[in-house]
Design a protein around this ligand. Structure first.
Ligand code: ARG
Length: 469
């Protein structure tokens, strides 16, 4: 049994069951980079403030670097030996530099330490997720640009509603993901607050230079209330909410991919490389990937609800309940990262069946609104026109025809002002072409949206493409 860092006031050995529930090393090991980064900054500051000597600080900084490299190589792998990542690093340090290593925790508590580590992690992972969101937006943008001439039915209530451009439909997802990107970016200000110096809850007694630590770790500001600083997990919840939002958007897109790949819709084909088969039905090709993205959305929501619930009854300040933030955070981060990556590749593996999409705009009275607008052009009020076209639709349905298949004579019985030009007016291509209002599905409007999106991608900061560190 290893001795606990807090073992001083204890006369009995910790029961193995306690460790089973209490230890977090099984999942917080991945914070090691941040724990060491924070320890180095703390150590240098202690020396600058003459709380420890320069030689002691140098020895510890060198040793911390070695510990990091050993951890990079998978060292200190036995979870049984450590309670959490903070004690692992501290013990490793004492093993390396001897008793002097015990000075590292001067003016610091694991409570402000874990807050620091988690903030450093979240700050980093936000950058990575933003990078992946950006990649996904670029893929969508490319697809939209490549399919500018493709018509498809737009839906409301999953009923065919009006013809739209496929590009317009795709760019709707670009907009969602752009909001997600911005949401993550905005959340950084609340993450980037440096808590060290808060110690356990009341603030440290030593003359710590908190600003120096903040600056060396790239924080914009220091926390202003030590009790809040050690018990604030709002920034984790922000992340979980933002990740849930991304997942919700990816899930909606996934749902469309699943629907569109059915025989019933037949709008897309997902390449074999991104599909799976059935163990019993030889003919099957299943869209497992979008289904899994849709499915994993549930766990992202679950983590958000889970941590909100964990936090809701906690008195100030730190409580061990808060250790429950980590698995939720890590899993949501991993999930959203993986799903963004897969969605980006999956979209590249989709072939749009443009003829089927266009044919679908010609069945289901999608141009009825345009016919009403036509009648408004002849001087009717929109309500009168709506009523008349409703009757024409019923009539056409009775004959199993579309509106444009009615003869001019038949049309004129509904309104004498309808003329030959109505047929051209009802061409789905032209109905789309009339919607160049900013934000509309007209080709010029969509081209403009794409152009603006390109500019936006060029000028926006933040986001990094690198994989986890
Ligand atoms: N593993 C703990 C956590 O994640 C670290 C902080 C422990 N602090 C304490 N006083 N036990 O929250």
């Amino acid at each position: 049994m290893t001795k606990m860092v807090w073992g001083g006031r204890f006369s009995q050995e910790t029961d193995a069951l306690v460790n089973m529930l209490n230890a977090s090393i099984g999942f917080d090991r991945r914070l090691y980079v941040y724990d060491i980064e924070g320890s180095v900054a703390h150590c240098r500051m202690l020396a600058k403030q003459n709380i420890i000597s320069d030689e002691d600080a140098s020895a510890m900084v060198v040793a911390l670097g070695e510990i990091k490299r050993e951890l990079d190589r998978g060292g200190f792998s036995s979870d049984d030996d450590y309670e959490d990542i903070h004690t692992l690093v501290e013990k490793a340090l004492v093993d390396k530099v001897g008793a002097l290593g015990k000075k590292i925790h001067t003016g610091r508590s694991r409570n402000d330490q874990v807050a620091l580590d988690t903030r450093l992690y979240v700050r980093d992972v936000i950058h990575q997720v933003m990078g992946s969101i950006r990649d996904c937006r670029e893929t969508i943008l490319r697809l939209a640009e490549d399919h500018l001439d493709v018509l498809m039915p737009g839906y409301t209530h999953l009923q065919r509603a009006q013809p739209v451009l496929l590009s317009h439909h795709l760019m709707a997802y670009y907009e969602m993901l752009t909001r997600d990107y911005t949401r993550f970016e905005e959340s950084q200000a609340r993450v980037n607050v440096m808590p060290l110096g808060s110690a356990a809850l009341a603030g440290a007694t030593f003359d710590l230079d908190r600003e120096m630590v903040a600056e060396s770790l790239g924080f914009d500001q220091i926390s202003r209330n030590s009790m809040d600083a050690v018990s604030d997990r709002d920034f984790v919840l922000d992340f979980l909410y933002n990740a849930s939002m991304v997942m919700m958007h990816l899930s909606r897109l996934s749902e469309e991919l699943v629907l569109w790949s059915t025989q019933e819709f037949g709008f897309i084909v997902i390449s074999d490389a991104f599909s799976t088969g059935s163990s019993i039905m030889p003919q099957k090709k299943n869209p497992d990937l979008p289904e899994l993205i849709r499915g994993k959305t549930g766990r992202a929501y679950g983590h958000l609800m889970g941590l909100l619930t964990t936090m809701k009854g906690l008195p100030l300040s730190y409580n061990k309940d808060m250790q429950e933030d980590k698995e939720a955070l890590f899993d949501s981060a991993d999930t959203v990262q993986m799903c963004l990556r897969v969605m980006g590749s999956l979209l590249g593996a989709v072939t749009f069946k443009t003829d089927t999409l266009k044919a679908a705009t010609e069945k289901g009275y999608l141009v009825a609104t345009d016919l009403a607008d036509y009648l408004v052009g002849k001087g009717l009020t929109f309500r009168e026109a709506h009523e008349i076209v409703g009757k024409m639709v019923v009539f056409a349905m009775g004959k199993n025809q579309e509106l444009h298949e009615l003869s001019l004579k038949e049309m004129k019985t509904y309104n004498r002002q309808i003329g030959e030009d109505v047929y051209a007016w009802l061409d789905p291509q032209l109905t789309v072409g009339r919607r160049n209002i900013p934000g509309g599905t007209g080709p010029d409007a969509v081209k403009n949206e794409i152009e603006m999106a390109k500019q936006q991608l060029k000028t926006e900061g933040g986001g990094r493409r690198t994989e986890g560190r």
